[in-house]
Design a binder for this molecule. Structure first.
Ligand code: ZN
Length: 287
């Protein structure tokens, strides 16, 4: 198979790749520790994928590869230990967007925070202290309190970076990406950016059922990954931020499905995995 992602006219070939991929072509999954070189400055607008500029060649990503950022929200939580087992089985890196108060929730959560903290495969990032008390509309009405909440999480979790994800909202505030899923959260998002937070949302979420286990199977998620790249729906061309939650990983089926999802991505030999601090442009000083 010599087709590349760039050859999107070869639609059938592209979409059929998972079926044809070789089981022997296992990618080396160690995470690239180098920081990305800056990609070209681009204006990217949600709902206007055609406006996406063709990026400069990203020398850190081979032309036949795409980058996936596995991110897991709301930890430490039920399922955190299972998540770590999967990541180690697959030797793949990920980012944990932590909730400050969860680190004080129970002895187990305190222990899991220590596991996360010392794990080389894991990067820690800020998902607020209170998680908005799960009352999102009220939370985002008060931008000063929102910034304070993230500052509290940063201090209590001893985070060095100011990479943040907003609870309950898919918001992006980087220099070249501004996305607000619900307009009423816009002022709070702008305040976070002003306070130096690089706010990053997601391109694809593996959602739960109402029993809080992973919904659907890994094959469906793999198709969604393909579909996003094929239709240019990722915020930064060739880079996909994937989200799910530790707490959906408490039953054998969900654990198995996430494991298979990662295994198939690896075996396709089409993807590399990185931590969120390597997302293009995330280390730039905000303007
Ligand atoms: Zn959350």
């Amino acid at each position: 198979m010599t087709k590349t992602f760039g050859e999107k006219s070869l639609k059938k070939t592209f979409l059929g790749m998972f079926a044809l991929m070789s089981a022997t072509s296992i990618l080396c999954n160690s995470c690239n520790q180098k920081k990305d070189k800056k990609e070209s400055e681009k204006m990217i607008h949600k709902n206007h994928p055609v406006a996406k500029a063709v990026p400069k060649i990203d020398e850190t990503v081979p032309p036949d590869k795409r980058v996936i950022y596995l991110t897991f929200d709301d930890g430490p939580n039920h399922g955190t230990e299972n998540l770590l087992k999967i990541l180690h089985k697959r030797n793949v890196c990920a980012t944990a967007f932590l909730v400050g108060k969860h680190a004080y929730g129970s002895k187990k959560q305190q222990q899991d925070l220590q596991l996360l903290r010392k794990d080389k495969l894991i990067e820690l990032a800020n998902h607020s202290f209170t998680h908005a008390h799960n009352k999102y509309t009220d939370f985002y009405k008060n931008p000063v309190e929102v910034v304070h909440d993230f500052d509290t999480a940063k201090d209590s979790l001893k985070l060095y970076d100011k990479i943040a994800r907003t609870p309950g909202r898919n918001i992006w505030r980087l220099n070249n990406i501004t996305v607000t899923d619900l307009k009423s959260s816009g002022d709070a998002a702008n305040s976070l950016k002003k306070a130096g937070y690089k706010v990053i949302g997601w391109d694809l979420e593996w959602k739960p059922t109402n029993r809080m286990v992973l919904k659907g199977n890994h094959e469906a998620m793999l198709k969604k990954v393909d579909s996003i790249f094929f239709n240019d729906l990722e915020k930064t061309s060739r880079h996909l931020v994937f989200l799910t939650h530790d707490q959906y990983l408490t039953d054998a089926d969900s654990i198995n499905e996430l494991d298979l999802f990662i295994e198939k991505l690896q075996k396709s030999n089409r993807f590399v995995f990185r931590k969120i601090s390597e997302y293009p442009g995330i280390n730039e000083i905000l303007n």
